[in-house]
Write a protein that binds this ligand. Structure first.
Ligand code: NAP
Length: 245
């Protein structure tokens, strides 16, 4: 039996824990504690930061961790960097489990940008009514934009500062294309802003935007820490763990 630390907060993190626990591994899933009522994975769960890379390294040693799978969200770059540093420091094997980004298809009107700040710069050129699905911690990047109306969707209420004209829809995926199209029409949306998070649960908004011929400003992913192996799915992570023996 091995002790696997899954850095989670994602569908993939929960799916990996659900495979490893019945296979007899000790699994600890770690969540940041950002969501008030998170969906809890199988196995042990710890919630809250470790206190930087040094704190995480201490935790890996104290808990006798044999392997770490960083299954955090593609935009959670801070914890991924910390995991790379702590793994190097402790010699604990580290894998990044990162689902592929969204796939562009014929008819998409995507406008890729490198950051939330760049998305905020671009948005006024594409209309007045904006659908924002970048997550509740990202709304602040748009707070200075008056003259636009923002409809944001997030699991928990966004953190201030907020744009002057703003409404929030509290909801959690998966979403359907029909539902997303109805939402875009109901709120008379001109432009969608999203992150290239990937994943089936939230892809429907892109199909809906394509069908309505709406532009989508899409924030590109931060890079994975250098030198760390990456797999796109849970079977890949299971194979990596298997070959560690
Ligand atoms: P972040 O900016 O990369 O991390 C900031 C700090 O939060 C880290 O330094 C760490 O604190 C703590 N932290 C983050 N993830 C953690 C985890 N899984 N377990 C323990 N501590 C964690 O992270 P973020 O973008 O705020 O994301 C936080 C969590 O939400 C992640 O688990 C991620 O998978 C999930 N999530 C993020 C997004 C997104 O768009 N960013 C979307 C959906 C879900 P210490 O330095 O004290 O250890």
């Amino acid at each position: 039996m091995r002790h696997v630390l899954v850095l989670g907060g994602t569908t993939e993190g929960r799916a990996l824990a659900a495979e490893l626990v019945p296979a007899g591994h000790r699994v600890t899933s770690s969540l940041a504690g950002r969501v008030a009522r998170p969906r809890l994975p199988a196995g042990e769960v710890r919630i809250g930061g470790f206190g930087g890379p040094a704190g995480l390294a201490d935790w890996l040693r104290a808990e006798d961790v044999d392997a770490v799978v960083d299954a955090t969200h593609p935009f959670a770059a801070g914890i991924s960097r910390n995991a790379a540093l702590a793994a190097a420091d402790t010699d604990v094997p580290l894998l990044v489990l990162r689902r592929p980004g969204f796939t562009r298809v014929e008819g998409d009107r995507w406008l890729p940008v490198p950051s939330l700040a760049a998305a905020a710069d671009l948005v006024p050129r594409h209309g007045e009514r904006v659908f924002l699905t970048t997550g509740r911690q990202s709304v602040a990047a748009f707070a200075h934009l008056d003259g636009l109306h923002f409809v944001a969707r997030s699991v928990d209420p966004p953190e201030p500062p907020l744009p002057p004209s703003f409404e929030v829809l509290l909801d959690r995926g998966p979403f359907t294309v029909e539902g997303e199209e109805a939402l875009l029409r109901r709120h008379r949306i001109d432009v969608v802003v999203t992150k290239d998070s990937g994943g089936a649960a939230t892809a429907a908004k892109l199909t809906a935007a394509r069908e309505l011929r709406l532009p989508v400003i899409i924030v590109e992913r931060p890079p994975v820490p250098e030198g760390v192996p990456v797999v796109p799915d849970v079977p890949g992570a299971l194979r990596w763990l298997e070959q560690l023996r």
